[in-house]
Design a protein around this ligand. Structure first.
Ligand code: FE2
Length: 366
């Protein structure tokens, strides 16, 4: 009988630091897109597909700990598991493969003066969402995981989620902010725009939201999208969405024609300059990371002076920035138009969204 492991159980194993050997049997191209941190790669996909019985015969594997085989959707990993099981290994196939893994997550925490920041990292996509808490109150920014993830984190710490915020209308993942706000009775706050067709409270420029003794200021940062907004927490933490990352900036071209992309790139230059001027010691908390974050508890964050140093060749002048950014636009992510349509729709998205969202993150330029 073939044994499987579901994505949530494997997630818990990694969180608990249980010894496990993860073998990724996908081809080079798929592996290069994204992978489970710490996994081994054996390019056995074609051999497994051709039902070659010794597809993994060269593999030297540790004994005494379980092996989990992984592929795109959980079919070839079953064949790999069968082969390794026949050689006496204790082996499980990841049910649903990397598609199922795309909803996996882990956390990292930072204590600031008035608030605690929990960075909730969607391992598959590199999407970073945040639960900011102060005195039993909490705000969630850019929810990208099912509402129960945020609800269980809040409940385990006796926190009430009062507000749910999106930094902008996302194109890489289906926002779960509406569902989360509904599920926990929180207020949904969004940057003002006429894109979405559902009810929300628009955030005024420089509006300050109080949470416990902490204060979060909305700072308009058009560029990646025109409604993009960053949030400054007590002058210490800066939630930048997809405007500014730890060593790159957001792409200005999605859902835009070339003329709009040019305009947005100009806006982005001014927005990035504005953020970089907020103070060298401010820590940025971006909306994405280019690689799936490992289960290491280390936050994806950087001081603004370090970020400024990394971007100094970009920020020479607006003209140079625009020229450079438009020359470095990465390929368009799959399904983004359908994802944007869902994020703007009056209807709540239903069903399994992981197939739509699967794949690497391509929000950054640089
Ligand atoms: Fe984005």
């Amino acid at each position: 009988m073939l044994k499987q492991i579901d994505a949530e159980t494997l997630r818990l194993w990694l969180e608990e630091k249980r010894p496990v050997t993860i073998i990724d049997v996908r081809n080079e191209e798929d592996r290069a897109q994204w992978s489970i941190p710490g996994s081994l790669h054996i390019n056995a996909y074609e051999a497994l597909k051709a039902s070659q019985r010794s597809a993994l015969s060269d593999a030297i594997l540790p004994i005494g700990q379980p092996i989990v085989t992984v592929c795109n959707a959980g079919k070839m990993s079953e064949r790999a598991a069968e082969e390794l099981a026949s050689r006496g290994f204790e082996v499980l196939s990841l049910a649903g493969g990397m598609t199922a893994w795309s909803l996996s997550w882990n956390t990292a925490e930072v204590a600031l003066t008035y608030a605690r920041v929990i960075q909730i990292r969607r391992a598959g996509k590199g999407c970073l969402s945040y639960l900011i808490s102060s005195h039993e109150e909490a705000i969630v920014i850019d929810a990208s995981l099912p509402p129960d993830v945020y609800r269980s984190i809040a409940e385990s710490r006796n926190l009430r989620i009062r507000y749910v915020i999106d930094t902008h209308i996302h194109a890489d993942h289906v926002s779960r902010s509406r569902q989360l706000a509904d599920a926990v009775g929180a207020e949904l706050l969004l940057p003002p725009q006429s894109r979405v067709r559902f009810a929300y409270r628009p955030l005024a420029a420089h509006e300050v939201i109080a949470i416990g003794t902490a204060k979060l200021e909305a700072i308009p940062t058009p560029g990646h999208t025109m409604e993009s907004t960053a949030f400054l927490l007590d002058g210490e933490g800066l939630f930048t969405g997809d405007t500014l990352f730890t060593s790159s900036v957001g792409r200005p071209d999605l859902h835009a024609d070339p003329a709009q992309a040019l305009t947005r790139a100009s806006f982005l230059y001014a927005s990035v300059q504005q953020l970089l001027a907020l103070g060298p010691g401010v820590h940025i908390f971006p909306g994405h990371t280019s690689k799936p974050p490992p289960f290491d508890g280390v936050p994806v964050s950087e001081r603004l002076d370090v970020v400024a140093g990394r971007l100094q060749n970009w920020m020479v002048s607006e003209e140079a920035f625009v020229k450079r950014i438009l020359a470095h636009i990465p390929s368009t992510p799959p399904n983004y138009e359908r994802i944007v349509a869902l994020n703007e729709s009056e209807e709540l998205p239903i069903g399994d969204l992981t197939e739509l969202e699967a794949g690497a993150n391509r929000c950054a330029v640089g």
